[in-house]
Design a protein around this ligand. Structure first.
Ligand SMILES: Nc1ncnc2c1ncn2[C@@H]1O[C@H](COP(=O)(O)OP(=O)(O)O)[C@@H](O)[C@H]1O
Ligand SMILES: [Mg+2]
Length: 286
């Protein structure tokens, strides 16, 4: 296939993907799940005002989804065009490749969130659980979140016990769980802030804690953050866009692994901590 043709084919594939996601977002936005109000809406309104508010938020959600998905398209399109000119320029080529990888990763994450959100609503999550080593999975999750953490010049620290640590899990899904928590930690922490991942063993369990010293979670929002489309008011007001799906998916996935996930925060601007607890296995359960 010549370059022009393959480029057109790629763009076409992208457009198809985008159209599919838009359709999905529409289905989502009109679904029951989406009727929940964001916390920012406040609790003491009449039913009518609540319904109007929900309607407004559904529209806003759609706009946001479309916007978020359109954002990476322009740099992708540009990079695709510029690849021809970068022949023989190794550094330029590497920069373009990094742009493409970064944008595709961001888009995939959003699309995966949407797909998972809709699957979750339909109640058909399917896991393929095998006995897997947890540490390499955590390393993979760190690798996927690292570009964002580095771009925000945040300090990242990691503490894991030595030796094998096995869980009965779906490798892809577990990477998604921890990648999501790390992404949130980076997104909701100021530039130059601190993010830590810490693994500890308990009796028959392993606990993975993702901690940051970022914008924190208010006491009102704390019990609700695992709900679909729920965002804390000050997080939604910050310039970091989000759909409020990630943590709902995290919780469902952890539950499907017979584990638990909890959120802790002393309050606004005081940092947050998410702890995932899973059953640990040696050769059999320990
Ligand atoms: N590490 C964190 N620090 C502060 N707030 C957080 C953190 N992680 C999640 N939250 C809060 O929980 C909400 C829901 O998170 P999530 O479902 O991942 O949605 P999104 O990332 O799209 O905002 C966020 O909007 C934010 O209010
Ligand atoms: Mg998130």
């Amino acid at each position: 296939m010549n370059a022009g043709l393959s480029h057109r084919a790629e763009m076409h594939a992208l457009q198809v993907e985008l159209a599919r996601t838009r359709a999905l977002a529409l289905a989502l936005a009109l679904g029951d799940e989406n009727r929940k109000l964001l916390i920012a809406a406040g609790a003491s309104q009449s039913r009518e005002a609540e319904a109007q508010d929900a309607q407004k938020r559904q529209t806003a959600l759609l706009v946001m989804v479309a916007h978020e998905l359109r954002n990476p398209l322009m740099p992708l399109r540009l990079a695709a065009h510029m690849l021809d000119g970068a022949r023989g320029d190794d550094a330029g080529h590497a920069r373009l490749q990094a742009t493409i990888k970064g944008q595709v990763a961001q888009m995939s994450r959003l699309i995966n969130d949407l797909v998972d959100g809709s699957r979750m609503g339909a109640g058909n999550f399917r896991l393929e659980r095998t006995l897997v080593e947890l540490v390499p999975l955590l390393d993979l999750a760190i690798e996927t979140s690292r570009p964002r953490i580095d771009a925000r010049r945040q300090r990242f620290s990691c503490a894991m016990p030595s030796g094998t640590l096995k869980v009965l899990g779906d490798a892809v899904r577990l990477v998604q769980v921890f990648g999501n928590l790390l992404d949130n930690a980076s997104k909701y922490t100021q530039e130059g802030g601190d993010i830590a991942l810490e693994v500890t063993r308990g009796a028959g369990v392993v606990m993975v804690c993702v901690r940051d010293n970022g914008i924190g979670i208010t006491q009102e929002a704390l019990p609700l953050v695992f709900g679909m489309f729920v965002r804390d008011a000050h997080a939604a007001a910050s310039d970091s866009a989000g759909l409020g799906i990630g943590l709902a998916v995290v919780q469902q996935l952890v539950k499907a692994h017979e584990g638990t996930v909890i959120a802790r925060s002393p309050g606004k601007n005081l940092g947050s901590e998410f702890v995932v607890t899973l059953h640990a296995y040696a050769s059999g359960p320990v």
